[in-house]
Write a protein of this length. Sequence first.
Length: 346
Amino acid sequence: MDRWPAVVTVIPARNEAETIAITVNSLLEQQYKGQLHIIVVDDNSDDATAEAAGAHSNLKVIRGKPLQSGWTGKLWAVHQGLEEIANFAPKAEYVLLTDADIAHHPQNLELLVSKAVKSKRGLVSLMVALRCESFWERLLIPAFVYFFQKLYPFRLVNRPTHPMAAAAGGCMLVHLPTLREVGGIEPIKDRLIDDCAMGALIKSKSAIWLGVSTQTRSLRAYSSLSDIWQMVARTAFVQLNHSVLALLGTVMAMVVVYLVPPSLFVYGLWTSDPLLWITAGGAYIIMAQLYAPTLRLYKQPFLMAFSLPVAGFVYTLMTLSSALSHWRGRGGAWKGRSYARSDHKE
């Protein structure tokens, strides 16, 4: 490109002392030809997040104000960062919204801006590579990405004329004039699934694009089942718009698609019914083949594809757990904050 627009990064950070320096440094080391400024919003952390962010002429760390009623914590921090742009980076044309636990590949920003400018997208987002090392991560993280792509087919999200909208909150490049045109982030200030809400907000005015990265990666570790359970359960029922019918439909679909084929396959073998085990086995193999590309993305062996029914069963339990928490009035909980069910609706 002949001209590289100025970019400002806004990083909401709450209790991220262990990873914030890696994230900031990965941004400072970007091979980007335009101006880049970084704003870190310390969202009332209990640790040394602000100090760990470091110091640089292109970096500004601000202390977040107490959470305002009606906002989710992350979006309130992002809002404060966006307000600071006028003072710290007034020439910025794009804002990179990223989490405080993302290690950006040196060419990530250049690729994002190039995609946004050349294809005239108001939002360009990447689902970064999630950590996949522990037993539970290898079982559930590729499945999480697979189910997300089923829920939000990327080809439909990326089609300007289709209403499907989504984004990945860890890495979103947004055109600032378009963001201002839709009223900033205040229209979505209470959304727990803020990335997909942002995708829908921007797509109401401009085309968006969502892709997958294997080089820009998340540093967030999900070493135990409870870590992943908490991450999914806080928003799973929100994703279903708190609908009992949607919940029942989702559970039935997960059972029919992912649990019935392997169950019938085993039953067919047990009863020596060749028609049953061949038919069910064929469906099971097709399921595994469809899952295989996601496993290759995470460098997992093909045999892991046959664990998808187990992962599907666990995610179904997480969804039910999410609904139960909602009905008990607990809402979504994350990083020491809990959102009451009546305060945050999708």
